[in-house]
Structures are given as C-alpha cells and as structure tokens.
Design a protein around this ligand. Structure first.
Ligand SMILES: [Zn+2]
Length: 159
C-alpha cells in the first residue's frame, strides 16, 4: 500500500451538567455541560481516530474499543488515538500524516480561546507540526444545543 490516502470520521455525544468537556485532549474550563460517554467523550479525538482508520480501510474505533466493555469507562481518548496509530503502523508500515482538518460543532461555550491549546495537544499526539492541524469551530445555531459533534479529515502518506 503506497501513496496518498484520505480519511474521514465523525463523532457526536450528548451533553449533560456536571461532566467534564474534553476536546482534543483539552479540558475546557468553565463549561456548564460536559459529554455523556463511556470514555472521556472527546469527540475530536474520536472523529480523528475514525478518520485515520478509514484512510486505511481498517474499520472504526467501535471495533477496537466496544462501548459495552466496562474497562473503557472514563478512558482517556489519547489512549484510543495512540492505539489506532499503532494499529495503522502494524498494518501499513511507515506512514506520515500530512495534515488534519477538523470541525467541532458546539453552541456553548465559545471555543475560540481554546483553539491554540487544542491544536498543540493534537499535534503533539500525532507527532506533527501545529501548522498541520486545522481546527474549525461552528455552532448549531441552536438546533442541537444538547450535543457536541466533530468531523475530521486526514491526509496520510504511506511508504
Ligand atoms: Zn465518541
């Protein structure tokens, strides 16, 4: 397998009071709502992990981390991402991530102030420069105030 490969992933979680809101491995301070999930509910890392798997036609994170497994309760999604990166390396050999483009859809709080932190964290997890991590924030215009959603596209180069 060689050449360029594009991958796309999506994720969504319900929001509820009294839970942490984790996006791109950054806990957003002062959010009244957080994600309802078996893991830490990091929509950005989940969409990104699925995009990476999709780029190599390797299924989705539900296969590797079934929500029915109690061991994954509260799981740090960085573990999911690192596991996916390792599986990809096992399957396709050496690869590099050329860039990532992600969208997070959330009504409150506004995420602009956290963009740089999220870019840095995600770039660090992927081992790429922050200039290769595009993060766009949108609101649902009040259509889905109780949900957070993410979409991610990645471009890989395999050797
Ligand atoms: Zn998820």
């Amino acid at each position: 397998m060689d050449g360029l490969r594009i991958g796309y992933g999506e994720d969504a979680h319900a929001l509820a009071p009294g839970r942490p809101l984790v996006i791109g491995a950054v806990t957003v301070a002062g959010s009244p709502l957080g994600t309802v999930a078996h893991s830490d509910g990091d929509v950005l890392l989940h969409a990104l992990s699925d995009a990476l798997l999709a780029a190599c036609a390797m299924g989705d994170i539900g296969q590797y981390f079934p929500p029915s497994n109690p061991n994954y309760r509260g799981l740090d999604s960085r573990v999911i991402l690192q596991t996916v990166l390792q599986r990809l390396a096992d399957q396709v050999g050496e690869f590099s991530i050329l860039n990532l483009s992600a969208v997070v859809i959330l009504d409150q709080p506004r995420l602009g102030p956290t963009r740089r932190d999220i870019q840095r964290q995600v770039a660090g997890e992927l081992g790429i420069d922050v200039s290769r991590v595009g993060v766009t924030f949108k609101t649902s215009e009040g259509m889905t105030p109780d949900f957070i959603q993410a979409r991610a596209t990645v471009l890989l180069r395999t050797e």
